[in-house]
Design a protein around this ligand. Structure first.
Ligand SMILES: *Cc1c(COP(=O)(O)O)cnc(C)c1O
Length: 390
């Protein structure tokens, strides 16, 4: 089938839940993706901040091949060396001690909410307006954007929302029934929203003071995205629970709840589970991905090229009134426009660049951490050309 036939057949067989870009992707290599018609794209979207090593990195491909030949899945009723090796690695690189393996970000947050309720014996979860925590019933309820939950009532009880960045609102919201505060380090889907200075640290301190758990959702910010392995390093945080997914395994689906010993021990056999979670294949792939990020100095690249990219975008902002703000950490960058961004995304694609727009007006750049200066320069020239036409 050709591009047109595939696009036209989709609605007959696939639920229409996405506003899709009108290309059919066929393969990728590094920072490049290719469509069925042979067009090449510089991929600054990376599968929504997932392909941190780019497309089909040889270390990821080999890890999947090698492990697939040994064993793909065996269930959590058995021990495997891969689970332990990854857990030790996660304990070393993250602020937390123990892991529960899941398959997605929503599942990780869902499990973190269960763990917080089990540990504290309390029900209420405080999260932020404009947050995004996933698409399950509990996580759309935690998500502070009513558009995601309005059609799915009744929603579970015990979720409270406060403005992101408002410390007093959190203080006021905490009460005797509060189990946890759940926040993204940097709001991704909500528009690459950076917290005010010291906000997250002060939230953490309030949580400690009031015996409330602090859950940091690093599903999007983790694994080098923001220039450090985790955003908690940027803000000097020690969350009780960290949730991760997107970039953990180089594109292989995986999520995880990371928690400190004292809290993790609240789960006992039977309390929580996952058929697929932590398969040898997922764990081997995550190990390869994390080790590659460390071995190839991709944290440095994310930090340095993120700075370079942001400065180039700030130069564009000087030229075009339509650019309202440029913000981000590492290679998680938002460019806020005074207009809706969908037409810019279309133009970019026609010029060979895959980008994304979130929160209607924020162009979001989350390229693979292996992106080079030359590629960023090429994109900036392209973007300049697009803005000059608007
Ligand atoms: C993407 C995302 C999720 C949901 O992850 P899924 O794997 O799509 O379930 C949760 N939290 C944040 C911050 C995210 O960016």
């Amino acid at each position: 089938m050709n591009t047109k036939e595939i696009i036209n057949s989709y609605p007959n067989y696939i639920m229409n839940t996405y506003g899709r870009q009108s290309i059919v992707l066929s393969h990728g290599k590094g920072t490049r993706a290719f469509d069925l018609d042979g067009n090449e794209y510089l991929d600054l979207f990376a599968g929504i901040a997932v392909n941190n090593l780019g497309h089909s990195h040889p270390n990821i491909v080999n890890a999947i091949k090698d492990q697939a030949e040994k064993m793909i899945h065996c269930s959590n009723v058995y021990y495997t060396p891969q689970q332990l090796e990854l857990a030790e690695l996660l304990a070393k690189i993250s602020p937390n001690d123990e892991v529960f393996y899941q398959n997605s970000g929503a599942e990780a947050n869902e499990g973190a909410i269960k763990l917080a309720r089990k540990f504290t014996g309390k029900g209420e979860i405080i999260s932020a307006n404009n947050s995004f925590h996933g698409r399950t019933i509990a996580t759309i309820t935690a998500t502070g954007q009513p558009k995601y939950s309005k059609d799915y009532k009744p929603l579970p009880e015990g979720f409270i929302h406060v403005p992101f960045g408002d410390l007093k609102a959190i203080k006021d919201a905490i009460n005797d029934n509060t189990a946890a505060v759940l926040l993204e380090a940097i709001q991704g889907e909500g528009g690459v929203n950076i917290p005010p200075e010291n906000y997250l640290k002060e939230v953490e301190n309030i949580c400690k003071e009031k015996d409330v758990l602090f859950i940091l959702d690093e599903v999007q910010t983790g694994f080098g995205r923001c220039g450090k392995m985790f955003a908690s390093e940027i803000f000097n945080l020690n969350p009780d629970i960290t949730t991760v997914a997107k970039g953990i395994a180089g594109g292989f689906p995986m999520g995880a709840i990371l928690a400190n010993h004292e809290i993790a021990k609240a789960f006992i056999p039977g309390d929580h589970g996952s058929t697929f979670g932590g398969s040898p294949l997922a764990c081997a792939t995550a190990i390869a991905s994390i080790n590659t990020i460390l071995d190839e100095n991709l944290l440095e690249n994310s930090k340095n090229l993120g700075e370079y990219f942001k400065n180039k975008l700030l130069e564009l902002k000087e030229q075009y009134d339509v650019i309202v703000d440029v913000r981000g950490y590492g290679l998680m960058i938002g460019l806020e426009l005074s207009i809706e961004g969908a037409s810019i995304v279309d133009e970019a694609r026609k010029n060979g660049f895959l980008i994304n727009c979130t929160a209607d007006k924020v162009l979001r750049f989350v390229p693979p951490l292996i992106i080079t200066k030359i590629e960023i320069d090429r994109f900036i020239i392209g973007l300049n050309k697009i803005f000059s036409k608007f």
